[in-house]
Design a protein around this ligand. Structure first.
Ligand SMILES: Cc1ncc(COP(=O)(O)O)c(C=O)c1O
Length: 391
């Protein structure tokens, strides 16, 4: 029998310059990027330490998982995975427009809201331009500025959160985009409607303001309606405002990667032009549609979060440990100089939290709120680590 022909014919000789560098040709801004550091996966800690009981409270995920209705919808859609997804995400956008009370041409869907945050920088900024964000704000903002070669302008935080007055002052003729996280990750702080209205009235109409509301469902339940800022109420009166939200947190779809932005049809149109043709896979689309229809599941998760937050704060009070007041599904706790050491000790005990030294918060660890049992595991491991530390 003859041998099958090789699929690829190569006429190239063996490369000789294996040590050659592409530093001269890569875009200069790429060299300076410090990539986003995600939470440690459970499987990694399992491989490293062979532990059987692991609690991950490091990525602000939904401890309840996803709604059973979502799982059912995904199951039914599996039969079609050989087909390309609906590139326009028609059904999801229709459902979302209904939910948000806006038009479908005011929505762009992203592979996680992360993709959209970056797309805004790509669409509006480049070398010589400035992108403004707060100290301690979500790490993707400075990265987005760097990726496009724009200058990131970090504005000093006030009480661990956004100083909107100072941010408005930081806007110059070069400013193209301002990123705001409300609530902010990793500090969990929130600015209110009055502060926002004073801020937006000072922003020039051509400067894009991204209001990142990744944790909106938790925040809404934590503050009174009077002060609460819902970004969606501003997109018609302020065409430079984009509201960013996600299915990764309260809806429990983090691994499927679905987020969206709402804004004026013109800007949304540019972002739709820029995104990849099939950026949202079909299972993610059907899952997001089903998730939107299960408001009860979201409410259950929000209520669990409130109880869990209380459970952890009570334990921290007993341990005499301070934290930054948070309206989201996570909490930054102050462990002083011991923070990095305690993080290692927690890992040894099977608890993964998030170090936030990369934000300049070297004394803090961020813990996501989990189920009652997961929170209890964290508290028990923290208490034991603090005791060992003192011994
Ligand atoms: C403030 C904020 N914005 C956006 C995101 C991105 O979420 P995703 O890309 O999963 O939608 C996160 C995730 O942690 C976040 O904390």
């Amino acid at each position: 029998m003859s041998q099958p022909a090789p699929l690829v014919h190569s006429t190239a000789s063996t490369p000789t310059a294996l040590t050659s560098s592409f530093k001269e040709v890569v875009l200069p801004q790429i060299l300076g990027i410090h990539p986003y550091v995600p939470g440690k996966p459970i499987s990694e800690l399992q491989r490293e330490l062979g532990l059987t009981r692991i609690t991950k409270l490091a990525s602000n995920e939904n401890p309840l998982g996803a709604s059973p209705k979502v799982l059912e919808a995904i199951h039914q859609a599996l039969v079609d995975i050989a087909r390309y997804p609906d590139g326009s995400a028609y059904e999801l956008k229709t459902e979302l427009a209904h939910f948000l009370k806006c038009q479908t041409n005011q929505l762009v869907i992203g592979n996680g809201s992360n993709e959209l945050l970056e797309l805004v920088a790509r669409a509006f900024a480049g070398p010589g331009d400035e992108i403004v964000y707060s100290q301690y704000a979500f790490a993707v903002y400075p990265i987005s500025a760097q990726v496009v070669g724009a200058t990131g302008v970090e504005v000093t935080a006030k009480n661990w959160g956004h100083d909107l007055d100072a941010m408005a002052n930081a806007i110059t003729a070069k400013t193209k985009v301002v990123y705001l996280a409300n609530p902010n990750n990793p500090t969990g702080t929130l600015f209110n409607r009055q502060a926002w209205e004073a801020f937006i009235s000072r922003v020039p109409a051509h400067v894009i303001v991204v209001l990142d509301e990744a944790y909106v469902e938790y925040a809404q339940a934590a503050v009174n309606a009077q002060d609460y800022l819902n970004g969606m109420a501003y997109i018609n009166a302020h065409p430079n405002v984009l509201v960013s939200r996600t299915f990764s947190k309260a809806y429990g779809l983090a691994s499927l990667r679905v987020g969206y932005m709402a804004g004026t049809p013109e800007i949304i149109g540019y972002l739709n032009q820029l995104r990849a043709p099939f950026n949202i896979n079909q299972l993610a689309q059907v899952a997001a549609v089903a998730a939107l229809k299960d408001a009860e599941f979201v409410q259950k998760g929000v209520a669990l979060n409130q109880q869990g937050m209380q459970q952890i704060i009570t334990a921290l009070n007993e341990l005499n440990i301070e934290s930054i007041a948070s309206v989201a599904n996570f909490l930054c706790i102050n462990l002083g100089e011991k923070a990095a050491k305690i993080n290692q000790m927690l890992l040894q005990k099977g608890v993964i939290v998030r170090p936030v030294a990369n934000y300049g918060l070297t004394q803090f660890l961020r813990v996501s709120i989990g189920t009652h049992a997961e929170n209890a595991h964290f508290i028990e491991a923290l208490r034991a680590s603090l005791q060992e530390q003192q011994a």
